[in-house]
Design a binder for this molecule. Structure first.
Ligand SMILES: C[S@@+](CC[C@H](N)C(=O)[O-])C[C@H]1O[C@@H](n2cnc3c(N)ncnc32)[C@H](O)[C@@H]1O
Length: 403
């Protein structure tokens, strides 16, 4: 591979923005890709994937390069040189790249690869937390899987098309996909492509949604005609799936504390031709109280650490703080306590997270079940999804029934 100056500069600037300015990696990539309209698909792939790789392996590369944040420009070039050496890419003869000790880099890589927190490039606290929650063996496998690049998975919007027809349509647009066993609406791209540019996307035939995430709405056991509350709907990934499963019949009330997210859902719902969704901002306890004992189904897709989706957000390894996880656990218990009151007698509720930590998952459910409001519920079933077993995002979901 021959390195191109403009592309490499885009990578270097993005790394500076991510680590020195706190910019999210996906936003930095988005900005980098706008730098030059003449870049082709391969150029864009290089820029995006190199940024993500350097973010993913930041601790390991920085340790080998002997640099620390905040990075000076030279430091980032040193990290980039380490990336080149370890990937077997010939270093160009540019001023920015000084003397690179190739043998020392390879030697340090071999040494550091024996220590998990360097090999898997995670902060000390995260490595310790992973071990204390999951044990050495499980954490080692899971964090290794979380460092792999995630596949692009689509969810067929069955309101508008079947999975078979969608696959055919995408093929005519040069997007090749395959079915995924046990995920009835899912298609996996065999090669990465910008699916948002396809006609099929603009026609509302699919959404991009990981296979594990596609299990959540189905776990709620919805039926057409039901009254369903999606309490932490965000931009509506699962709300739209619920609308599909309910064949646009009945009512879905999508809620979130952020109006901006619900506005995005509105746009997506229109494209999906999902007509049974009402949106409500949670700006007081009023919208919740109004629905006490009214819902057949309640989904709590709770805010969480996101430790199950590191493959998609590798910068969360550096942005996440232990204090955030402690705070978010309090929110998880609060939303369980409060939003469960909307379930009617005989109704069901799913509590889900994209975390792999038992303290955010089963332990929250158990705490809820032994509380005053939880006593009205029985535990039906749960699913723990690990990336190293499934090959998809880490997720948790529990189904509870109100007596
Ligand atoms: C895991 S995300 C939801 C993802 C979304 N369900 C989807 O499938 O695309 C969690 C959401 O909870 C929202 N949230 C955070 N605190 C909340 C609260 N107290 N009540 C309701 N929603 C909350 C966040 O704004 C965020 O959109």
């Amino acid at each position: 591979m021959r390195l191109h100056r403009n592309l490499t500069f885009a990578v270097i600037d993005s790394i500076r923005d991510i680590f020195n300015e706190g910019v999210y990696a996906d936003k930095a990539v988005e900005k980098a890709l706008k730098r030059d309209k003449r870049w082709g698909a391969r150029d864009r792939k290089f820029v995006a994937e190199t940024i993500y790789e350097i973010v993913r392996w930041n601790r390991l590369y920085a340790e080998i390069a002997e640099v620390k944040t905040p990075y000076k420009r030279d430091d980032i070039w040193r990290i980039f040189s380490v990336w080149c050496i370890l990937r077997g890419i010939a270093l160009p003869d540019w001023n920015q790249i000084g003397d690179v000790p190739v043998r020392r880099i390879k030697g340090r890589f071999d040494e550091l690869s024996k220590i998990r927190k360097y090999r898997e490039s995670v902060p000390d606290w995260m490595d310790e937390l992973g071990v204390s929650e999951l044990g050495e063996a499980l954490w080692s496998k899971e964090i290794a899987a979380q460092n792999q690049q995630a596949d692009v998975i689509l969810r067929t919007n069955t309101l508008n098309i079947s999975r078979e027809m969608l696959q055919k349509k995408l093929r005519t647009e040069n997007v090749i996909t395959e079915f995924i066993p046990n995920h009835p609406d899912a298609l996996r791209l065999t090669e990465r492509a910008n699916v948002f540019k396809t006609e099929a996307f603009h026609n509302g035939f699919f959404e991009v949604q990981d296979a594990s995430s596609q299990l959540v709405a189905a776990f709620l056991e919805v039926e057409p005609g039901m009254k369903v509350v999606d309490t932490c709907a965000g931009a509506g990934g699962k709300t739209l799936h619920l609308a599909s499963l309910m064949e646009n019949k009945g009512q879905i009330i999508a809620m979130d504390i952020y109006e901006s997210k619900l506005k995005k859902l509105k746009v997506r719902a229109r494209r999906n031709k999902a007509h049974n969704i009402d949106m409500r901002v949670i700006d007081s306890t009023k919208p919740i109280k109004k629905l006490y004992n009214k819902a057949d189904r309640v989904l709590i897709d709770a805010p969480c650490s996101g430790l199950g989706v590191i493959r998609r957000n590798p910068d969360s390894k550096w942005k996440l703080q232990p204090e955030f996880i402690e705070n978010i656990k309090k929110v998880q218990q609060e939303v369980l306590q409060s939003y469960s009151k909307m379930v009617k007698s005989g109704g069901k509720m799913v509590y889900a997270t994209c975390s792999i930590l038992p303290s955010e998952n089963r332990k929250q459910v158990d705490k809820f079940l032994t509380s005053e409001s939880g006593k009205e519920f029985t535990f039906v079933k749960e699913k723990n999804v690990f990336a190293h077993i499934s090959g998809f995002d880490g997720f948790y979901m529990a189904l509870l029934e109100k007596k």
